[in-house]
Unconditional design. Structure first.
Length: 300
């Protein structure tokens, strides 16, 4: 076999949060110790989405491109994305380790968290790994993530975001929560009150935080420097007819360029307020001015 020996870890890594980063740091350290390439094996789509495509749960913290960009920052040499389908879901724990981890990835060492499960029905766990590895030279390293200050999980981060606790979510992530997508046409109401907005389209599986107004850092693909802006997530609250759709709209401060069709990334730094219903656009404009002043007073 001519495949380079590797140190491998496996998982969905949704969020690439601080707990994940502790594990990935151990992978990088082990790869240096063994003189091997560090490799992360992950799946697309998310296993729960693949097994039940009619169920939109769980909403994910990252789009595929967001996750890829975050993983690049961890120092892992290579990320391998395996299509998750019915056949893979039916693979036994023993076959997964011997055929995939050892056979295809030529793993010298497998690094996993203490709660890691794998194989059909999540039947395999860290206690089974030495027996499954058998006579191979595969080394097993188990990282005790329970030693962290608090239980950090993708589920806990989702809960914090949906409750509006952005500060807690960002602390667990170890970075500011990201919403990225394509700029699409909106109703252009903002332009009439001097608050033009870029409307963002995101995949339906992307988790959006609790409705409200947020301070954001804005990165655009056109090469412009990072800007500050204010983002509204929720139904439009100044329309007479009831709005059934959730919209993501961002007013980018000191910016008035055409960016329809471009990809844009918003890093959420602060949650400013809950949604407010307005009787007219004058009330909306006055509140947006207050929101902008509050956001501009935040120094980070």
């Amino acid at each position: 076999m001519n495949i380079e020996r590797t140190v491998v870890t496996v998982g969905s890594f949704d969020g690439v949060h601080s707990g994940h980063r502790v594990l990935l740091q151990r992978v990088v350290e082990a790869s240096e110790r063994y003189g091997c390439k560090s490799l992360l094996l992950t799946f697309s789509p998310h296993p729960r989405q693949a097994l039940d495509p009619t169920n939109k749960s769980p909403l994910l913290l990252n789009t595929q491109s967001e996750r890829a960009n975050l993983l690049k920052q961890t120092g892992i040499d290579e990320v391998v994305i395996v299509p998750f389908d019915k056949a893979l879901s039916q693979m036994s724990a023993s076959d997964f380790i011997n055929e995939i981890i050892i056979g295809k990835l030529n793993a010298k060492c497998l690094v996993v968290g203490q709660d890691h499960h794998f194989g059909k029905g999540r039947s395999g766990n860290v206690q089974h790994l030495p027996e499954i590895a058998g006579s191979s030279d595969l080394q097993i390293e188990v990282v005790d993530l329970k030693s962290l200050d608090r239980k950090i999980s993708s589920s806990a981060i989702r809960k914090a975001l949906l409750c509006g606790d952005l500060a807690l979510a960002n602390e667990m992530l170890s970075y500011e929560y990201i919403i990225s997508g394509k700029v699409i046409a909106g109703n252009r109401l903002g332009r009439t009150i001097n608050f033009p907005t870029a409307n963002i389209e995101v995949p339906e599986y992307k988790l959006l935080p609790k409705d409200g107004v947020y301070r954001v850092k804005v990165k655009m693909e056109n090469g412009c420097s990072e800007r500050i802006g204010m983002m509204h997530i929720g139904k439009r609250t100044v329309l007479k007819q009831k709005d059934a759709n959730v919209h993501i709209e961002v007013n980018i401060f000191d910016f008035d360029q055409q960016i329809y069709g471009q990809e844009i990334a918003l890093s959420l730094t602060h949650r400013i307020r809950d949604p407010i219903h307005f009787d007219n656009v004058e009330q909306l404009a006055a509140q947006l001015q207050c929101d902008k002043q509050k956001i501009m007073s935040i120094q980070t």
